[in-house]
Design a protein around this ligand. Structure first.
Ligand code: 3PG
Length: 306
């Protein structure tokens, strides 16, 4: 059996070593395709792979067509919007993610970006503090929970809205659960986004939702760029000079944001949320174990294309 790690944005070496150990202990072979720059390289590498570990790498119908021996794809991470699930099911390929494995890393980055922004990007001028600010967590999953835990340490007042998580679950963590996204954005000066990119959420963070955020508002995005209605966010930031947008996922309109909103816009050049040795080890080794469990015992825990 051949397991391919196909990562345009590679894992830390220590994580690859851990993946190799799991795969070879099971008697399988590990192949690596890292930092590839062309889809043709991926199409070639998947030809004889029985299993693939990916990150945000795109697995579409063309890749699945090329991967004639493929049985399973594991997205080492939470969001699987980069995998065409219907095409995978049609190709009889199991798709899994590794929920929770990189969530602390993403949460730490969200808080780090908040500090960076309220301290005026460390430009030497007087900024403000997170303590006492109202933080709204939009979606209370694995990352949202970690953001709440860390934000409470900063002395922030923490609120959350999640359409699928019962209010009692949120409130058990000492977080105030609100009834709607509208209420969250009206209440909180800082909002941290943790919604997945789905048909329902794409473009859902729009002018109507953002316009009522309190003075000095800041939107922090460590989720997905697709959930933002970029044209409407630009319109809002043109109208509100107090509004900051801080993102770990570069917008399609990055050049326009950077030019128009200097001093209140920041994007990482490449998504960095899960880019820690710990997150790479956790998610990468979980992915390797899930592959071995699936190929040896048929275990389908964490399958997402049921
Ligand atoms: C995830 O969905 O797990 C995060 O967005 C991390 O993505 P990455 O593995 O591409 O950094």
């Amino acid at each position: 059996m051949k397991v391919l790690v196909a990562t345009e944005k590679p894992f830390a070496k220590v994580a690859v070593d851990g993946i190799r150990k799991e795969i070879e202990a099971a008697g399988y072979e590990l192949a690596l395709l890292e930092k590839y720059t062309d889809k043709a390289q991926l199409l070639d590498a998947v030809k004889d792979a029985n299993a693939i570990i990916i990150r945000s790498d795109i697995i579409d119908a063309e890749v699945l067509d090329a991967a004639k021996e493929l049985k399973i794809v594991v997205r080492a991470g939470a969001g699987y919007d980069n995998v065409d699930l219907a095409a995978a099911t049609a190709h009889n390929v199991c798709v899994m993610n590794t929920p929770g494995q990189n969530s602390n890393a993403v949460a730490e980055l969200a808080l780090g970006m908040m500090v960076y922004a309220v301290r005026n990007f460390y430009n030497g001028t007087s900024g403000t503090e997170l303590m006492g600010k109202k933080l709204g967590i939009h979606a209370y999953g694995n990352v949202g929970r970690n953001v709440a835990r860390i934000a409470k340490g900063f002395g922030m007042e923490v609120y959350a809205y999640d359409a699928f998580c019962p209010k009692e679950v949120i409130e058990k963590d000492g977080v105030k659960a609100l009834d709607s996204a509208e209420e969250l954005y009206k209440t909180c000066q800082v909002v941290s986004l943790h919604i997945p990119a789905t048909a329902e959420t794409k473009n859902s963070i729009n002018y109507a939702l953002l316009k009522d955020m309190p003075k000095g508002a800041m939107l922090v995005n460590t989720a997905r760029k697709e959930v933002i209605n970029e044209a409407e966010l630009i319109k809002l930031m043109e109208e509100r000079a107090d509004f900051k947008y801080i993102t770990d996922i570069m917008p399609a309109a990055n050049a326009e944001f950077a030019e128009k909103f200097a001093g209140r816009y920041f994007s990482t050049p490449k998504k960095m949320g899960a880019q820690t040795a710990e997150a790479n080890i956790n998610a990468g080794i979980a992915a390797a174990k899930q592959i071995v469990g699936f190929l040896k015992d048929g275990c389908e825990k964490f399958r997402v294309n049921k």
